[in-house]
Design a protein around this ligand. Structure first.
Ligand code: FDA
Length: 521
């Protein structure tokens, strides 16, 4: 309509006045709009009930991002920022409250690794984790960076929200290993650690970037890993004693040698076809639990540690593979990457993303009683869904960093993070979507007695709009936003809101779960 046209044209003109070339700018009428829009859509579900961008702008240099911020501010056009597009609720590429401009940072993806002199790397936000890992490994086989498992995840969102991976028990989160940040703030200025001040630098490590500006790049600290690391995956079904094993595992995994990370992956295996009758469904289905592990050391030492701390798993040399750290990245990246060359780590796109999903998260602060595991696994086998659950052990380095050192608060006292997943689905259909989402919501409710309380904590990078959202577009007060804010940030939420009040008092950078500004009286 006329209103939208006006906005588009003024925005285009404004960018043009800032010397931005017009080929970086797409409206729904442009032939390449869909190509660029979907190039970083990792979950189609949010597209069912929200707005798509009025304009997609792909900055090629840092100044273009400044121009985008200045134009959005002068024309009052909301912004969404996308780096890798993995936000679980699609907040980087959709909006429930109206039209917006999408700033897609995929072209800002340079990586400069300085292993020899400073053991650091400057990485622009549009790079993926796989590209960062690959660039580091090109300089040294014993240099690494502790961040997430999926190579296509964008550095931009991941690092600012925390960034947990197979080495976090030893090195902490990605955000714990950030030395500097360059960001465009609401005034249009580019600031770095020195000029932004420690409060904003604190907030951007765990508080997410979307409430504060548009992050351009991070300077990250590289870590040293051994020449050889060891990986294993041992899978057991319920019939093979998986329940007893997981019960033992939960007692040790958060307190073993911090070089050892053993996570568990729960999935339903067997027949769940609707064509089968009820009897067939219950008899064929079972839960398989995989003990999936990285040890920062050689196999013979791992076997000794396992014999001592988790003999019930009966880990054997044949179960273990020694490899370089960079090869372990491919190993943990999932089935699609196994057997592929290292160069596959730099690919941005995976066909699996052309589908939908819903995930949720929790933290455990105490062990689950044996009877609890039986109940959970029975519930997991409910018909109609093929759920997954991934439980990551905390402890080690995560316990050594205080809750307030960065904005990421989930530290000592947490034993595990749990990640609930539905199977992905391909239908762009509200009823199908609701069926999966409802299942997960019921399962989440069922888990209430076993998980953290007051608040029931959640991990920002596993974004979940069910825990609360702004439905009015810019109207949510600090007090209302505590509903989700304290679940993601616990006691750090208030300080985050004050930082927001300082750097973005007019709440230019906002979304359905952003941090509202708070002002000291
Ligand atoms: P995206 O571009 O969608 O951004 C996410 C959020 O950050 C949005 O709110 C966005 O606006 C904001 N943002 C993005 N770039 C910004 C910038 N430059 N400046 C300011 N704000 C910005 N997590 C984990 O800890 N460990 C893991 O192993 C995995 N694995 C994993 C696998 C898969 C397949 C998915 C889909 C997700 C994960 N995650 C994860 C979760 C992931 O860390 C989380 O979704 C990140 O926010 C993704 O960052 P992207 O840049 O890709 O997302």
């Amino acid at each position: 309509d006329q209103y939208k046209k006006l906005d588009e044209n003024s925005y285009r003109q404004c960018l043009c006045n800032h010397s931005v070339p017009s080929h970086l700018y797409f409206t729904p009428q442009s032939p390449s709009y869909n190509y660029f829009f979907f190039s970083s859509v990792r979950n189609r579900r949010p597209l069912l009930n929200s707005f798509k961008p009025l304009v997609i702008f792909l900055p090629a240099v840092e100044n273009h991002v400044q121009a985008a911020v200045l134009c959005s501010r002068s024309l009052s056009i909301p912004i969404r920022t996308r780096s890798g597009g993995h936000d679980y609720e699609g907040l980087s590429y959709t909006s429930t409250s109206g039209q917006f401009v999408l700033i897609d940072l995929q072209f800002l993806s340079s990586i400069n690794v300085d292993y020899k002199n400073s053991r650091t790397a400057w990485v622009q936000v549009g790079a993926t984790l796989g590209q960062l890992y690959h660039a580091i490994a090109n300089q040294s086989s014993t240099a690494a960076f502790p961040a997430g498992l999926c190579p296509t995840v964008g550095v931009g969102g991941h690092v600012s929200g925390g960034g947990f991976g197979m080495m976090s028990r030893y090195f902490g989160l990605a955000s714990d290993n950030v030395e500097d940040i360059r960001i465009v703030v609401a005034s249009g200025e580019i600031v770095d650690r020195q000029s932004m001040g420690e409060d904003l630098f604190w907030a951007l490590r765990g508080g997410g970037g979307a409430s504060f500006g548009i992050i351009l790049a991070y300077k990250v600290r590289l870590v040293e890993v051994p020449n050889k690391v060891t990986v294993f995956t041992v899978s057991k079904t319920l019939e093979e004693g998986a329940t007893k094993l997981v019960d033992e595992w939960q007692r040790i995994a958060h307190k073993v040698d911090k070089r050892l990370f053993i996570r568990t992956l729960f999935k339903v295996v067997g027949n769940d076809s609707d064509e089968h009758d009820d009897q067939n469904k219950t008899t064929n289905r079972t839960v398989q639990i995989s003990f999936n592990s990285l040890f920062l050391g050689e196999m013979k030492e791992l076997l000794l540690i396992m014999e001592d701390c988790f003999p019930e798993l009966q880990l054997k040399a044949e179960d273990c593979i020694e490899m370089r750290w960079i090869d372990s990245v491919l190993y943990f990246a999932g089935k699609g990457y196994q057997g592929k060359p290292l160069s596959s780590l730099v690919e941005r796109y995976s066909p699996v993303y052309n589908s939908s999903f819903k995930h949720k998260s929790d933290f455990f602060t105490k062990a689950i009683p044996s009877e609890g595991w039986n109940r959970i696994l029975r519930r997991f086998l409910e018909k109609g869904e093929q759920p997954m659950m991934i439980i990551d052990p905390w402890g080690g380095r995560m316990d050594e960093i205080s809750e307030t050192e960065t904005a990421f608060p989930h530290r000592k006292g947490n034993l595990y993070n749990v990640h609930y997943l539905t199977q992905r689905w391909v239908e762009d259909d509200v009823a199908v979507s609701m069926k999966h989402v409802d299942w997960l919501r019921r399962f989440y409710k069922f888990m209430t007695p076993y998980v953290s309380k007051n608040p029931r904590a959640a991990y920002l990078n596993y974004r979940d709009l069910d825990i609360g959202m702004d439905v009015m577009g810019n109207k949510t007060s600090y007090w209302e936003a505590r509903r989700w804010g304290e679940r993601y940030y616990k006691g750090n939420f208030k300080r985050l809101a004050y930082v927001k009040g300082e750097v973005d008092p007019n709440n230019m950078f906002r979304n359905e779960q952003s941090i509202p500004p708070l002002f000291s009286s």
